[in-house]
Design a protein around this ligand. Structure first.
Ligand code: AMP
Length: 400
């Protein structure tokens, strides 16, 4: 594979897989353009070199072929604005005559956006013929869609085999995502704390297991902490609990002990009599929650306990909120953890925040630029931390 920043794109048509799967409102206006913005540096570098850019992306989950709702044409105006004057054209299909003609006509320093890849079911099936039709459009293939790197789809993985090693590479976003995840997983400076929260233990088992071989400390907060509490013999009232994961929780705690990894569970909780911002609240030890009450946030002692660990760590990975942060009454623990991570980062630690709701939390609380890296890659990042090989990464790195 080539290195994107060393490559000169002059006169080249670069076929770039981006993740433009952004949310739209009912007027087809973009409500969060983070993903588009994240791809701009890659596009600009190619244009600045004197190359042209052919963008391909999926968008939503169309079921039966083309539809107005899932057309990427709704993104053109916004893309034009973000690219500040670089011409952008659109092809109504991502393969076939129309796409081929539009790609052929494309001049240096111009951008062509192809219609939604998922209007063809062959995309998600990883169909080789479809990948070949896409590959025809460009001279060089760039994958800058970390968010879909865990999928072996035609445009994210299969397509790479149609390009020789020096004509395929990661884009700038993908490069920085991979570098920061690598830094945490394989080059972490110790102590290394992983802060895992959110609702379900079942979603995070593989990550915790993989991190047991790498982390010094694992903090477990959020709803999933109560399954661990109950597994250890605690009384958790009507807090969230996955009864069928009690053995798994015990097993993880046992393995952690064997591997000398310290698992931190919240010593106390902010409890509520129902799942609502208007609920009556109180404090209780997390292993002694009265019947009829549920833990919806970590308590003040747990905040101190967790923040101390975070402040003494050199590498910090955060996935999942400490409580129901969407409700104002239960966001204190998540905010406290975000603050401690920001302080540790300021003192020189490396912090990576990734995977769904912890990203929303750092954005909501204004901490996004106070941590070392905020990943754009939800599911892909989680699979990376589970120790899996991501097809989108392997396809570029592999020699064919
Ligand atoms: P996840 O997608 O697994 O990271 O879970 C995120 C969700 O977990 C958020 O919507 C939170 O509101 C929820 N959550 C966090 N703490 C709790 C808790 N103690 N009880 C119930 N839900 C929680």
């Amino acid at each position: 594979m080539s290195k994107f920043s060393d490559y000169n794109f002059k006169g080249q048509k670069a076929l770039v897989r981006v993740d433009f799967n952004v949310p739209l409102n009912e007027k087809y206006e973009i409500t969060d353009d983070t993903r588009i913005k994240a791809a701009i540096p890659t596009i600009k570098k190619i244009i600045d070199d004197g190359g042209s850019v052919i963008l391909m992306s999926h968008f939503g989950r169309p079921k039966d072929g083309p539809s107005e709702k899932y057309s990427l044409k709704h993104l053109i105006n916004h893309l034009l604005k973000l690219l500040g004057g670089i011409p952008v054209s659109f092809a109504d299909d991502c393969i076939g005559k129309e796409a081929e003609q539009a790609a052929k006509k494309l001049q240096p320093k111009e951008v062509l956006l192809l219609e939604n890849l998922r209007f063809h079911k062959e995309e998600e099936k990883g169909d080789e013929k479809f990948a070949g039709q896409l590959a025809k459009l460009g001279d060089v293939y760039i994958n800058d869609a970390f968010g879909t790197a865990h999928r072996a789809h035609a445009s994210t993985a299969i397509i790479a085999k149609f390009f020789p090693p020096d004509k395929k590479m990661f884009g700038l976003l993908m490069e920085s995502e991979v570098a920061s995840a690598e830094k945490v997983l394989h080059q972490s400076e110790k102590p290394f704390v992983a802060i895992i929260g959110g609702a379900k233990v079942s979603d995070k088992i593989l990550i915790i297991e993989n991190l047991l071989d790498r982390a010094t400390d694992i903090i477990i907060g959020g709803g999933m902490a109560y399954t661990f509490m109950k597994a250890a013999g605690g009384k958790i009232g009507k807090s969230l609990c996955e009864e069928d994961r009690l053995d798994t929780a015990n097993d993880l705690m046992k393995k952690a002990q064997e591997k000398n990894v310290c698992i931190h569970l919240p010593s106390d909780s902010l409890i509520a009599n129902n799942f609502s911002n208007e609920a009556e609240t109180s404090m209780a030890p997390s292993n002694n929650i009265p019947d009829g009450w549920m833990g919806l946030d970590i308590g003040p002692n747990a905040c101190t306990q967790f923040c101390n660990v975070i402040k003494h760590s050199k590498t910090i990975l955060w996935n999942g909120p400490m409580g129901v942060f969407e409700m104002q009454k239960f966001q204190h623990g998540t905010k406290a953890v975000a603050t401690a991570i920001a302080e540790a980062t300021e003192d020189g630690s490396f912090s990576l925040v990734g995977g769904g709701d912890s990203v929303s939390a750092v954005n909501q609380f204004g901490f996004a630029d106070k941590v070392s890296y905020v990943s754009t890659g939800g599911g892909a990042l989680l699979e990376y931390f589970e120790g899996k090989t991501l097809p989108g990464i392997a396809a570029i790195a592999e020699k064919n």
